[in-house]
Write a protein that binds this ligand. Structure first.
Ligand code: AMP
Length: 313
């Protein structure tokens, strides 16, 4: 038996090329799904691509480490960029096109337009920790949506505040595409997959596992009927306190669309948190109305590469 080689996705390098490609697909009556990423793809990204593959005729994935969403002291330069691996994965997932612009193609000299979603949505929590971050996100997402003109755009629930910001942007600018939010994919030990997990050594990673343990504890309390935000958050903090090098930046319960804090948790609220260990910024979320449990195995603490392939791409 011969196996059919996986066709290489089409490489698109400029917003103009992306736009022309999308327009020709639309003219042919095809439904377009866009998956924006910064590359260093893992099973979380793959789940978005698979969902797009299921729902659309044409799947476009963008890979762009967007400088405007990184602060001056952040990890723009060291952010992983394994493009060959990413392309191979996207070929195996059946992506039709991959948009890989460089910064000059996205922000040519003379670029002067900014996009800013107003209000507390962009200034609290991640917005407070990373001033300007959501302006960079709003700008690049606006540019990607303008160029790709997708019917649906796919995001991960893990970046909960980003989802709320992008939803606001799509509504306010009448961008007219559906936003699909996909569940958080975790490694076998419960840690949410993130391109930044490669920064963690084995010891840091073990300490970081207090995050999914804390969320799992809150999940169990919520399932048992507890609704007081303070009680649920105390359960999260109790776990995080067991990891001495893990510094909690915030842990709050917010309404999923306004991102305002609530004192009573409900099915439309979510626990969002950010913590740092050895300069690595980790975020996580528990959507209380969704049937998602941060599955945590107590019997081992695998490091990346050793984890069983439950989240395997
Ligand atoms: P990034 O490359 O980190 O900008 O992420 C690109 C997209 O993948 C965003 O919509 C993220 O929310 C989503 N994503 C990242 N990690 C995960 C994960 N563990 N599970 C599901 N989606 C994810």
């Amino acid at each position: 038996m011969t196996s059919t080689p996986t066709p290489e996705p089409l490489r698109l390098l400029t917003p103009g090329e992306l736009h022309n490609y999308s327009r020709s697909q639309i003219a042919a009556g095809r439904r377009i799904g866009l998956v924006p990423t910064m590359g260093a793809l893992h099973a979380g990204h793959a789940s978005l691509v698979r969902r797009a593959r299921d729902e659309c005729d044409i799947v476009i994935v963008s890979i762009f480490v967007n400088p405007t969403q990184f602060g001056a002291a952040e990890d723009l330069d060291r952010y992983p960029r394994p493009l060959a691996d990413d392309m191979a994965l996207l070929a195996s997932l059946g992506a039709d096109a991959v948009f890989t612009p460089d910064a000059a193609a996205m922000y040519p000299p003379g670029s002067a337009t900014t996009v800013s979603v107003g209000g507390t949505l962009t200034t609290t929590f991640e917005g407070a920790l990373r001033p300007g971050h959501f302006d960079g996100v709003a700008l690049v997402v606006s540019k990607l949506l303008a160029a790709a003109i997708p019917d649906s755009v796919y995001f991960g629930a893990k970046d909960a505040q980003q989802c709320a910001v992008v939803r606001r942007l799509i509504t306010d600018l009448n961008l007219g595409c559906d936003m699909v939010v996909c569940p958080t994919v975790r490694d076998a030990d419960g840690l949410a997959l993130s391109s930044r997990n490669v920064y963690l050594d084995a010891a840091s990673r073990r300490q970081a596992l207090a995050i999914p343990r804390g969320l799992a504890a809150a999940h169990d309390l919520f399932a048992a009927g507890e609704r007081q935000a303070a009680v649920l958050l105390a359960a999260v903090r109790a776990e995080l306190d067991s990891s001495p090098d893990l510094h909690l930046d915030y842990a709050v319960i917010v309404d999923e669309s306004t991102f305002l804090e609530v004192t009573e948790a409900g099915l439309k609220s979510q626990i969002v948190l950010a913590a740092r260990i050895s300069d690595t910024h980790l975020i996580d979320v528990l959507r209380l109305g969704a049937d998602e449990t941060p599955a945590v195995r107590q019997d081992s603490s695998p490091v990346r590469g050793e984890a069983p392939d439950v989240a395997g791409v």
